[in-house]
Ligand binder design. Sequence first.
Ligand code: PAF
Length: 283
Amino acid sequence: MRHISKISDLRDQLRGQNRVAFVPTMGNLHEGHLSLMRIAATHGDPVVASVFVNRLQFGPNEDFDKYPRTMADDAAKLEGENVYVMFAPTERDLYPEPQDYRITPPNDLGNTLEGEFRPGFFGGVCTVVTKLFNCVQPKVAVFGKKDYQQLMIIRRMVDQMSMPIEIIAAPTVRDPDGLAMSSRNRYLSAEDRAEAPHLYRLLNELSKEVQSARPNGEQLLQLQAKYLATLQERGWKPDYFEARRQVDLMRPTEEDLSNQTPLVILAAAKLGQTRLIDNLEIE
Ligand code: PAF
């Protein structure tokens, strides 16, 4: 595996490759990321992974400085997955001057759910992903469904900006107790780690209630409020716990609910100092 930090070296290394499968990451790789590498390998060749903690997607009070940086460990894991290039630019390599040109997702998709609680987050994600796509020029790129809204926003961006890249959605990888794998899980205290799988358990419970009760709009709001209250009672600080339409993440209309339009329940909540997100599709 080549470990490359400069954009010009990356371009030299990838010249002539027109089936590159790309996996962007912020490092601190776990089994969830490695599953993305394996999926990438089934869609293209060679596999290129990036490791870059992107300042632009962190709010002023978020964890940019303490975000875990584990480059040597990440390199060893990528080597084990037969990744061809680990592209790990420094901030100066990727942002040699202030990034004044930005990609801003549309309001309806970019400023709801995660976007409401992390203003500017998706603009930062879209800007860095566009830059990384321009550097790597992949044929396909793989994103995890764990970051459901991010996946949808990237798909729309690629489509609307006519980027010639196929976006592959990868299933969420979970610990045996159901907790979705995330680099931020390492912040959890032992007590919080024991509590954390409840987020997924509650997603499953709401999913079952929606499937069996077939609620109307008012009843769905009541159900969601019940789950928010349950999280609060268990010591979480929830931001949202909401069923949305899979197709566009809009709130389901009465018609959607009676027609059983595919929904996804998305949740974000803080446990101690750690903010966790998860989601579950209801078919
Ligand atoms: O999902 C992530 O790890 C990041 O948002 C991404 C896509 C690598 C952009 O920095």
